[in-house]
Design a binder for this molecule. Structure first.
Ligand code: 13P
Ligand code: ZN
Length: 280
């Protein structure tokens, strides 16, 4: 997937090209997901709405025939999304982004997508993540209601997945109260906490609908017994949101492993943080 813009001046450094910059950011975050141990085999996926961020010229690349979508995305007709391929390892996205990322364009009728310059690997053409329907439904919501948020990161952090196996900890308000209490930054950086989505099968529109609903009041979701999904203006910021919540979960689990229940910040201390950082 290369961006061959005829207007690009000779001598332009590729790092100054917005598409190269975006690809490099996705590759960096994919490496973090792998290093964190959140990305076994092909787990996780990433997408970014790139309209307006890159010059939309793909003069010499081939374009695949349209793949139908299970529901219409009319308001996204012509939109461009950079997405990870299904079955791709995050460590490969990091090391060989050109073979593991695709640029897709929603068809003019909004009823399908085309792949621009489809990448090929030894095992055949790369196609978008199996969670594409969730990503597109979330992008549809974001484009209309929270347009600065262009990036979606889905990953499998063990600490939060582990907590979602507990009938006690998977209760959203209790879980958020405990996680906010683990260290001040969690309240400062993720004041709305996690939206907990009851288990639904991966890649389903039920999971997508529930996620869109929860994103009206949250930026980070915990998909019960599956993983996390975050939305943010950039891929790096989406990663950070998950990282903050995982840090709190890790402290909780470390205390429990050590044989004691953490004291946690008091209600007054959490309110003080909200007053100082969020109620100006
Ligand atoms: P894909 O490889 O299809 O993106 O699936 C990874 C995943 O985490 C599914 O939930
Ligand atoms: Zn997953």
């Amino acid at each position: 997937m290369t961006h061959q813009d005829p207007e690009q001046q000779a001598g332009d450094h590729p790092a100054n090209d917005p598409l190269s910059h975006l690809v490099a950011e996705i590759a960096e975050v994919a490496e973090y997901l792998w290093q964190k141990g959140w990305a076994e085999r092909n787990s996780g996926n990433i997408s970014v709405r790139v309209n307006g961020l890159i010059r939309e010229a793909f003069p010499s690349g081939s374009i695949s025939s349209a793949t139908p979508l299970s529901e219409p995305f009319l308001r996204m007709a012509g939109d461009l999304y950079l997405v990870t391929g299904t079955g791709c390892r995050m460590r490969d996205v990091s090391r060989e982004p050109d073979k593991n990322l695709l640029m897709i364009r929603i068809t003019a009728e909004g009823d399908g997508y085309e792949i621009l310059s489809p990448p090929e690997t030894k095992s055949g053409p790369v196609v978008p993540t199996s969670e594409l329907i969730s990503h597109l439904m979330i992008h549809r919501y974001l484009k209309e209601h929270q347009p600065t948020k262009r990036a979606i990161v889905h990953t499998h952090p063990s600490e939060l997945i582990a907590l979602s196996h507990s009938p006690v900890y998977k209760e959203e308000s209790l879980l958020n109260r405990i996680l906010w209490g683990m260290l001040p930054e969690t309240t400062i950086l993720v004041p709305e906490g996690l939206g907990v989505i009851p288990y639904r099968i991966t890649g389903s529109s039920e999971l997508a609908y529930a996620s869109v609903n929860a994103l009206q009041s949250h930026s980070v979701l915990l998909w019960e017994k599956h993983g996390c999904l975050a939305v943010a203006p950039t891929v790096m910021e989406a990663f950070d949101l998950i990282d903050v919540m995982v840090k709190s979960a890790d402290i909780l689990l470390k205390c429990l492993h050590a044989g004691f229940s953490p004291e946690g910040l008091t209600d007054e201390q959490i309110e003080e943080l909200r007053d100082r950082f969020h109620r100006k």
